[in-house]
Design a protein around this ligand. Structure first.
Ligand SMILES: CC(C)(COP(=O)(O)OP(=O)(O)OC[C@H]1O[C@@H](n2cnc3c(N)ncnc32)[C@H](O)[C@@H]1OP(=O)(O)O)[C@@H](O)C(=O)NCCC(=O)NCCS
Length: 320
């Protein structure tokens, strides 16, 4: 089975890519809704530079791999994703695709690669036998919005109103006057993800633009303290499948912690979405296992465990 590099994928190749990713998804997570074709395409064509490889098989693809190359090569890791059809596994196809991606990573002068795996799937022994180490375990959680709204009202979370703070909200890219303050608040997540220290106003805008390019909508609620942004929460609503929205970042700047701002912005977000987007029935999120405060906030709102993700990292020179 040969590996071909896919540049500027044609419609047929995008269809074949989606068909393969869907069959892997259905096999590995039958309980979860499959991605929509537009989600796969949006992900593949969405802004960030990337290289792609496929293994042609029968009328489509038997395996695919992508290497995303975001931002500055000197500081950011490359992101590797490999999918092998269930019928073609344990024949070395995944390893060969990883070799292609690793070669391209080194050619781009990147020092590290990251990849994600679901606990309990073959991706774990695969990555661990091929140079990756687990750096973070996160819990995938899901919330039913009707139950959460009932809780927000009965527990009074939306009415918390901590003194000295006010709420502000926007859709899409952050308003210019808040961009610098927002990037600073984003850096508050650095204590849970060291890579986040590189947040700048440009990167904040770029990330929001990518969400829009994919056809999805980004909602942000923030707590302001004077002109400082003390905390925020972000939700992304997929353009094609808005029933399940996704929690993006939530953070409270260290000096503003302990005032229930996390719960307050999340409760305000739930109220806002209830008015704007009543079709949303579920919100999915993931939490680092060591982020006890955010887990506590999410439990208070009624999030339930769905699955465990593992984030892996490798030094480029350790890869095949
Ligand atoms: C993870 C995945 C890409 C592996 O593809 P693959 O073609 O089967 O991988 P390989 O044949 O190259 O396996 C290489 C090694 O990984 C380990 N491995 C792979 N699958 C394994 C399994 N089910 N159980 C135990 N070890 C496994 C073995 O050490 C294997 O070497 P061996 O066969 O000589 O023992 C494939 O299972 C897949 O597509 N999973 C779903 C998508 C996914 O989760 N991707 C995330 C990784 S980026």
């Amino acid at each position: 089975m040969d590996i071909v590099e896919v540049n500027d994928p044609a419609d047929g190749e995008l269809d074949a890519w989606h068909a393969l990713v869907s069959s892997v998804h259905t096999h590995d997570h039958p309980e979860e809704p499959s991605p929509e074709p537009s989600q796969t395409v949006g992900w593949l064509l969405g802004g960030v530079p990337r290289r792609m490889w496929a293994v042609p098989h029968e009328d489509g693809f038997g395996a695919v791999a992508s290497l995303r190359l975001p931002g500055d090569a000197a500081v950011r890791a490359g992101e590797i994703e490999i999918h092998v059809h269930p019928g073609l596994r344990r024949r070395g196809v995944g390893t060969r695709l990883l070799r292609s991606a690793a070669g391209a990573l080194r050619a781009d002068q990147r020092a590290t690669a990251i990849a994600q795996a679901l606990a309990g799937t073959p991706a774990v022994p695969f990555l661990e036998s091929r140079g990756f180490g687990c750096v973070l375990t996160t819990q995938g959680l899901v919330l039913r919005t009707d139950e959460a709204r009932a809780r927000v009202e009965t527990e009074g979370y939306a009415a918390l109103d901590p003194s000295g703070y006010r709420l502000i909200r926007w859709t899409g890219v952050v308003p210019d006057r808040l961009a610098a303050a927002f990037a600073m608040a984003k850096r508050a997540m650095a204590d849970h993800d060291e890579g986040e220290s590189a947040w700048t106003p440009e990167r904040v805008r770029e990330t929001a633009e990518q969400v829009a390019k994919r056809g999805d909508e980004l909602y942000t609620v923030a707590a302001l303290h004077g002109t400082r942004l003390a905390g925020f929460t972000e939700i992304v609503v997929p353009g094609d499948a808005p029933e399940r929205a996704f929690q993006y970042d939530t953070a409270v700047v260290p000096e503003h912690r302990g005032r229930r701002l996390g719960l307050w912005v999340k409760a305000a977000m739930l109220r806002w979405l209830a008015e704007e987007r009543p079709e949303i029935t579920e919100i999915e999120t993931d939490n680092a296992d060591d982020n006890e405060h955010m887990l506590a906030v999410n439990e208070a709102l009624g999030f339930r465990p769905l699955r465990e993700y593992r984030e892996y990292q490798a030094t480029a020179s350790d890869l095949p």
